[in-house]
Ligand binder design. Structure first.
Ligand code: IP8
Length: 250
């Protein structure tokens, strides 16, 4: 049983306060992971929260708008490395054999925006008993300099590479919400829920919930979007929140 888990940046940081870890939330998530029956068969991806997104917005960088400004690259990537270190440290202190993996050092987009992400490092680390911890980052982008690589894109690339049985996206909300604020049980096509999916409620250069749903619909396994309170339930094999299952899902 291999799990790919994304911890939303808004879950583990105070998204409105630049470069601030939400220590209580990170600690709760780390405890759920450390105590889960999944053990070491897990790849963790975390988002940018108040580390990546504020700097990316400052430099006008998104998943499609790039920069050639080296100060911008260092600010955005550096902030994400600092958040990654905080996550890896917290996991290590809880006894999880977490190791950092920085996508900017390995991935690239071609001129059409198509992503290439080597995954042998992640699969080998997993086989060797480590818990790889990746993060939303920048990516070298042909013709655009460097653009944002979202954690959701990483999840989509990693899930088939590690042959994931379960994919979880832990968000600040208890699932994908409809116009009335009620959790949608299951999403099989973007068009069906497009009217309900507004923008993100804080600075987010990767497309908020709409971008997340679009990315997860491309997976070959169903993905679950749920809130922090449901993380332990997800790791125990339950199906909290919204199940997102596109055409290619089993
Ligand atoms: O929060 C974005 O990752 P996300 C990372 O998963 C940066 O969209 C650099 C803003």
């Amino acid at each position: 049983m291999t799990v790919v888990l994304k911890l939303g940046g808004s879950v583990i940081t105070d998204k409105d306060d630049p470069e601030t870890v939400d220590r209580a939330a990170l600690s709760a998530a780390v405890s759920a992971i450390a105590e889960s029956p999944v053990g070491e068969d897990i790849v963790i991806v975390h988002g940018g929260g108040s580390f990546g997104h504020h700097h990316a917005a400052d430099y006008g960088v998104s998943t499609t708008e790039g920069t050639h400004d080296v100060d911008g690259v260092q600010a955005i990537h550096g902030a994400m490395c600092r958040l990654n270190a905080a996550v890896v440290d917290a996991l290590s202190e809880a006894g999880v054999p977490a190791v950092p993996v920085h996508p900017f050092s390995a991935a690239a987009r071609d001129a059409d925006g198509d992503l290439s992400l080597p995954t042998a490092q992640v699969t080998t680390l997993l086989d060797e008993g480590f818990v790889p911890v990746l993060h939303g980052d920048l990516v070298a982008h042909a013709g655009a300099g460097a653009t944002v690589l979202s954690g959701d894109e990483l999840v989509v690339e990693l899930a088939p590479a590690v042959d994931a049985d379960r994919v979880g996206v832990c968000s600040t909300v208890p699932g994908v919400l409809d116009e009335d604020g009620v959790v949608i049980d299951r999403i099989e096509a973007f068009e069906a829920v497009a009217p309900a999916l507004g923008g993100s409620d804080a600075t987010d250069v990767s497309g908020g919930m709409a971008g997340k749903v679009r990315a997860l619909l491309a997976l070959s396994a169903p993905a679950l979007v749920f809130g922090p309170d449901a993380l332990s339930a997800f790791l125990a094999g339950e199906s909290p929140g919204t199940t997102i299952a596109g055409d290619d899902a089993d």
